[in-house]
Design a protein around this ligand. Structure first.
Ligand code: ATP
Ligand code: MG
Length: 457
């Protein structure tokens, strides 16, 4: 028989055999499943047994002591679910203490069946709503894995990350600069069963072949000048977790051989060492370069290429997924200015723009605009974006220079002087903010802030 919607699994804790039988029959008649316990020990054991109860009915006076105080101590042990307590006497203070300990409701024996039915139904409904809310929150939190976007390509990318993340397959992430390759690598790690272990990133182009080897595989004390002590390799740090080989296309050929051996055999020899060590890592590699072309022209080893590209994931250029721009921009803005919005003309300006630096460029621009918002400005608009992008100079009102005397208080006069100097410098620099900032002897960011403060935009 199908259970009614508000039915649940109830743990009935009462020492009176007659009440156990009658109560259990009554509850089963309402469609609930019932587990009965006669004392505290049985109750705790039943509570810990799967499937776990959804609700506990607890008689406070229990053997061996029959002291309601002892029953009260049980209430917090069942905190995960609603606990309805009762006792033989309607003691107001006892009810209050039970409530303080987290009890859902307090009834007095003899129990009124209608009241019991009502209280149980309400408690179960509340517990169910709580559970739904928790599940929704969890789903939402884990949902985009930090990969914001609704474009088809982004939705597919997320689906692939979710699918591939939990496996041990090597992943090669390909995409232009700033398009989210590292973010994908981190999302893969986060969605793997090894997410508790380390995620270790190494930039393969930033170091010489020798240094890269010593970083990856570690070195022994005295193996080269400056090696004052043994140093474990990053592959050991990443053991059990994920090793992210960033810009793997830049890896010098001698290192490519050593990396391949490690990937094939799971062993490596630290610099200056003799014996091989073991480490087990999940490898995610990324590059903005055309690895296949590099294989063809011989600058990247073919065998290593095939070893790395277990699964290939692509992070498309932002220009190929325009639907993501407003979503990303809003998300980035809210991180620096939680209550601010983007005006219609701002969104249009963003949509019309090209993004050679992809998401990273969009992020930097929106964050700069958010930082330039004046306290009374609720929205980032197109002029503010242009200002942040260093394109606002054409908009500056050109005022004829007026004599400074008669400007009133010193503050106002100084601001006016500053305004003129800034405007002149911009004009002399042909609108180039960096050049104008140099002429004024301040940083470009300093100039942008000044422009905003002086209302020159
Ligand atoms: N889909 C996205 N959602 C939210 N943030 C993103 C997304 N894609 C990229 N970003 C952000 O953009 C910035 C650049 O991303 P990331 O560093 O992952 O790019 P990359 O492809 O590794 O760049 P590079 O080639 O320069 O190394 C980061 O701050 C990242 O958090
Ligand atoms: Mg990167």
């Amino acid at each position: 028989m199908q259970n009614p919607p508000d039915s649940g699994r109830i743990l009935l804790v009462d020492d009176e055999p007659a009440f156990q039988r009658l109560g259990a029959d009554f509850l089963r008649g309402l469609g609930h499943e019932v587990v009965v316990a006669g004392d505290a020990e049985q109750a705790l054991a039943a509570f810990a047994t799967l499937p776990a109860p959804d609700l506990v009915l607890l008689d406070l006076a229990m053997p061996p002591t029959m002291d309601p105080e002892a029953g009260l101590e049980l209430v917090p042990r069942f905190a995960r679910v609603p606990v309805i307590v009762w006792s033989g006497h309607g003691d107001h203070e006892l009810a209050l203490r039970a409530a303080e300990l987290g009890a859902w409701d307090f009834l007095t024996k003899p129990i009124d069946p209608d009241m019991l039915r009502f209280v149980i139904a309400r408690a179960l409904r509340k517990a169910k709503l709580d559970a739904e809310l928790r599940a929704l929150r969890a789903a939402q939190a884990g949902d985009d894995m930090g990969l914001v976007g609704q474009a088809q390509a982004t939705v597919q990318l997320r689906a692939m990350v979710r699918r591939v993340g939990p496996t041990r397959v090597s992943v090669l992430v390909l995409g232009p600069t700033g398009s989210g390759k590292e973010l994908v690598a981190r999302a893969l790690h986060a969605s793997s069963p090894q997410s508790e272990n380390a995620f270790v990133a190494i930039h393969c182009g930033a170091l010489s072949a020798e240094l890269l080897e010593s970083e990856l595989f570690g070195h022994l004390k005295g193996s080269f000048t400056g090696a004052y002590r043994d140093q474990p390799g990053l592959v050991e740090v990443a053991h059990g977790g994920t090793l992210f080989l960033d810009e793997v296309g830049e890896m010098p050929p001698p290192m490519q051989v050593k990396l391949l051996r490690f990937l094939q055999e799971g062993t490596f020899v630290p610099v200056g060492g003799r014996s091989a060590k073991k480490a087990e890592v999940r490898v995610v590699a990324a590059t903005h370069r055309d690895l296949e072309a590099m294989v063809r022209d011989g600058s990247f080893r073919e065998d290593l290429y095939y070893r790395l590209k277990g699964v290939v994931l692509r992070t498309p250029a932002l220009g190929e997924r325009p639907a993501d721009v407003p979503l990303l921009a809003t998300r980035f803005l809210h991180r620096v200015a939680p209550r601010a919005g983007l005006s219609g003309d701002a969104l249009a300006w963003l949509a019309a723009r090209e993004w050679p630096g992809n998401v990273r460029e969009l992020k930097a621009l929106v964050e700069a605009a958010g930082a330039l918002l004046l306290p009374d400005q609720p929205e980032v608009d197109a002029p503010l974006l242009r200002l942040a992008a260093g394109e606002a100079d054409g908009d500056l009102p050109a005022e004829p220079a007026a004599p400074l005397e008669g400007l009133g208080p010193l503050d106002a006069a100084l601001a006016e002087l500053e305004r003129r100097l800034v405007r002149d410098a911009l004009q002399a620099a042909g609108g180039n903010q960096s050049e104008a900032a140099r002429r004024l002897g301040i940083s470009r960011v300093g100039l942008i802030k000044k422009l905003a403060r002086l209302g020159l935009r």
